[in-house]
Design a protein around this ligand. Sequence first.
Ligand code: GCB
Length: 894
Amino acid sequence: MACGGGGGGNGAGAVSVDALRNQTSLAKNWKFVQDDNLTDTQALAASGTNWATVNLPHTWNAIDAATTAQSTPTTPDYKRGLGWYRLEFDAAAAAGKTRWLQFDAASMVADVWLNGVKLGQHRGAFTAFRFDVTSGLKAGKNVLLVKTDNSAAANDASPTAIAPLGGDFNVAGGLYRTVSLIETPSTAHIALDDLGSSGVFAKTTSLTGTSATVNVLAKLKNDSSTDGTYTVTASLVEADGKTLKKSSTAQVTLKAGQSAPLAQDINVDQPHLWQGLSDPYLYHLVVELKDSTGAAVDRVVQRFGVREMRFDANQGFFLNGKSIPLHGVNIHQDELGKAWAITNEDIDQTFAFIKEVGANTVRMAHYPHSDYTVQQADKLGVVVWAELPLVNATSKASLVDPETTGFAENARVQLQELIRQKFNNASIGLWSIANEVTGGNDARNNVQPLLKSLNQVAKSEDPTRATTLANQVTRNGDVVLPDTLTQTGYTDTYGVNRYFQWYYGTSETQLGENLDALHAQIPTQPIGVSEYGAGNAITHHTDNVFGGRVCSRDTSGFTRICYQPEGYANYVHEKAYNEIVKRPYLMGTWIWNMFDFGSGNRHEGDIGQTNTKGIVTFGRDVKKDVFYFYKANWTQTPVTYITSRRYTQRAYPVTDIKVYSNASSITLQVNGQAVGSKAAADCPLKVCEFKNVALQAGNNSVVVNGTHGSETVTDAVSWNLAQENATNFFIAAGGLTTGFLSNDPLLGQHRYGSDNFFVGGELPPITGRSSVGLTGAVAINGLGTTTIPETGRVWDMWREGNAFSYNLPLANGSYMVTLGFLEPTATANGARVFNVNANGANQIANLDVLQAAGARNTAIVRKFPVTVSNGRLLLDFQGVTGKAIVSNIAVVKQ
Ligand code: GCB
């Protein structure tokens, strides 16, 4: 039936890229109330005059679901419940036209009434939906009422017992995208009733060096009472919106009241391909429906990229036949103080960050993001992982088959909506059907049959794209076990969320080893790292990432500081990325996360209710150090950046200085003196390190110049070293964070540094990454108590071992050494007895802290003078019975 037509370069002729439909925004002047007790009947009767006036996008959770305020760590504080929206709007008479109400999203479940008549219900927080209001709209005033429900499902019968049932993110409620009224000129139209889709489904079915075939399926609907013959013209118009590239026209007979699909091929010579970041070329795809008189009765216009994507198990990702290692970021859809009610400008800003860092792929976690978001990915040229919100759980109760509750069916519909609504977006490379659903008893909840059925849905909706899912690590403590879900039949590709050196694992190479084992286990299935990262508090710093334990999240209820120094996050990323770049078989890798995001039951780092793994802060105001690590690696933009720059009140007179730079060479000056230089070859993965750089008392000006071709990029910071820290050492043994003022009843007020200058020894044992060290009150022998974390920060951690030492660089002279001890674990006198030597001479013999203090968790100090004559003080701790231990060290010039 298709009769190819049109031609290249002669002007679009009759093909217009202008909208033919009338789309009226209904974003303004809604009346809103959040009220869990209002009934449908009461709401229908309400005039809304007492309700607040709001504009869309709107959520009642803008503040409480997107805040960094500290709050109860276990209970999300944001309000989940019912939000009512009422809009009065005028409509004109529109005989012979078709009119549909479009909701771009409503969270999570929406019931909609027009003029008191129920239009229907939509269950799913992220996808668009429509209602036919051709007959329901009145000429003159109309009243639209929407009930949105984001209640946390109480049980499997709850209306909101749909995906997502779980997840480390907040589920804001309301009309957080927008609402509009679509009017087509006639009763025949390109389908508006197809799960919120455009009714047009285009795909590149063949691509050679010089030509491409684009298959365009249009779903058509004749809502009139008479049969009719129509023509459908599918065209590609160049990016200029004027020049027709190629059209194809076909005729179709649409019976009264019926739908019909019509597929046709557009054969394109010399297609201008969508080439990712380097050339994200987008045609206008125009599908026009004309009636038998030749009048255009409907037209759908979208951007479309001609491209072919492929994932290979051994070679990773290919775009148009060319290998492109995919490296990128995850994003959520919330912003500080706005939650999900973000604007297109906010999304533009998000993409400005993504562009700046140089990502070439984005995982839109953990649910369908807005059309506008995906359109920006199309335009920037980043490859998108799009995802169904099936996160963590498939039922509220255990041992429940999600097929019996409606959960599974709803998940399949949400997946169909996602795929149909985003089918034509060039950027989408992967349909993800789930995130981390194999934990707990989900295997017995029949999650595996559900995953198989979802994969089938995805493949039948869109055979051209690969499917995937993201799975968590299977492990026993730090021991990683073989992955589940790796047998064929689940998804084409397989993503793993991996947090070595954060939630588990202790080695820098474990990520790589784990990936290799997985690759060997499933050699024919492409695998990628769907998440990796580390919490990152921009006010926490460290002098030594090996000095103490990081806190992955706090579950103690604010009785400890949850240490997440920026320098530690830098270290995790550097090491993870080092493993990633060595593995070209990876189909893609995605940092968790581009931005800090709202997660109501978290307390970690220096903020509350927020997941701190962003490489940019929640408020988009600070690009954390690690942002520049990736920017230096991923872009050609000159980057010369001093890390740990926010560690301005320094603890030690010597420091390592790390610079992220893609310069050909850099030089370091401190206080005007040249300290050293590095060539690019000295900076693996763009990490340049200057070891043991001396700082002086007062302000230190640290300046790095990077030579980038003819351009010099200068970065400068100013770090302060208090006089007493310039000559003395105050070390919090076993502590990861540095530069904090401790005011201790026993030790006085000093600025302490993280554990550093040690050789050997061990950190407190891990009983879970969130419960390391002491909390609460520490008794001070004879001086009452000190409370962790308020005043007792130097007592919550320790270093212990059969033999360990501290090697301190000191000016020659006389010093007083003060060592702080407490016994955290031993229960019997004599269980731990040890010696301390200074520069080879014994100073403390056979110390039994428990016996000396009289009780566990009770602080004591021992002091002794030393003379330094060779520029170093060596403190040796040697176990006599059990391990030696120390909580803090002060070495003060006399
Ligand atoms: C994950 C989840 C993600 C969490 C992340 C984290 O594996 O998929 O939703 O936010 O870990 O930070 O723990």
